[in-house]
Write a protein that binds this ligand. Sequence first.
Ligand SMILES: *[C@@H]1O[C@H](CO)[C@@H](O)[C@H](O)[C@H]1NC(C)=O
Ligand SMILES: *[C@@H]1O[C@H](CO)[C@@H](O)[C@H](O)[C@H]1NC(C)=O
Length: 394
Amino acid sequence: MAGKAPLCAFFLLLLSTSAAAIRPARSAAATAWRPALENGLGRTPQMGWNSWNHFHCKINEEIIREIADAMADNGLAKLGYEYINIDDCWAAYDRDSKGNLAANASTFPSGIPALADYVHGKGLKLGIYGDAGSRTCSKLMPGSLGYKTDAKTFASWGVDYLKYDNCNNQGMSPQPREVDDPGTWAGGVGNSWRTTGDIKDTWASMTAIADKNNKWASYAGPGGWNDPDMLEVGNGGMTAEEYRSHFSIWALVKLPKVKNNIIQQTVHTFKQAPLLIDCDIRSMSKETKEILSNQNVIAVNQDELGVQGHKVQQDGDQEVWAGPLSGGRIAMVLWNRGSTEASITASWSSIGLNASTVADAHDLWTDEVISSVQGELKETVDSHACKTYVVTPK
Ligand SMILES: *[C@@H]1O[C@H](CO)[C@@H](O)[C@H](O)[C@H]1NC(C)=O
Ligand SMILES: *[C@@H]1O[C@H](CO)[C@@H](O)[C@H](O)[C@H]1NC(C)=O
């Protein structure tokens, strides 16, 4: 199966218990934030797993059940990974005789409600995939264009989360504005939205997507999050250092917290990017598991302040990304995108501290604390690697 069409800008929508979560967004001035979808969901970026990057269309209910087993048993669920999301290709090619979506009887013979029960029995939540067009991106299942009842179907099946794609939409835009800029409109209908094309399991793709997502930083906030696409960690196309960079940056780039009802447009809960694992967690290497399980980094992603970090300093291939955390702390990533080891100096003024401030810098990957740093932090960083800190002013 080829990847999704490059221009299919999809977004995610967390289902509330009623189907009312899917509704046409009211129009809003392009420059004005609207209230986010205040459905109580997505107060921090969603964490979980999705089937697409690793399995593409080769999915079935046994894989999904085994993934749920693995998530519950290997410690990841305890760290906050809770959604088990089935992507494209779960449904039969045609709707059933009543016009409803139906699971593919050979790959999902027990049906989606039974799978939802199974996943819920593991203390986890089930996500599913749909499309706003006539057919999904794979073209192997029907889309929901003209079928508002699909939302009720998903809700009645016990589905907790909907990833709603936009392939084959017959040229219809979800809003009278740029369909590929969901940051400008999706906040009224979903809890997070895609800001970029599909990620690939390469350094070039991951870094390009990080940069593309960066420009949408101001469009996010609690209840609505920018989504630079799922994690490739563990799929084998990048080195461990590159995956550590990938995970660190994805954890940091949450969205701005909404302090009032002004910012509410595109994503909904925002903080950082969603952390959606997309490798085969039934057979992870120790290294992959260590990356995905780094509680220090996850805590940055799930911090209650919910402000998206962004690129604050760039000197050629040497970058500093940073964003505020609760308690006056700052998350900071020194990222060397160059091909040789380099020294990176993060200045306090770039990350929003006074030059005179004395702070401790906790390295989130080594767990070491560099105490009493003033004005700047200078570190040597390997090629394609990052050093990730929480900076706590004294
Ligand atoms: C069900 O899935 C299989 C495997 O992907 C596929 O060959 C078959 O055509 C699908 N059946 C329907 C009715 O869509
Ligand atoms: C920097 O110091 C000034 C003067 O003491 C103070 O007013 C300001 O709030 C400080 N800024 C930060 C970011 O701490």
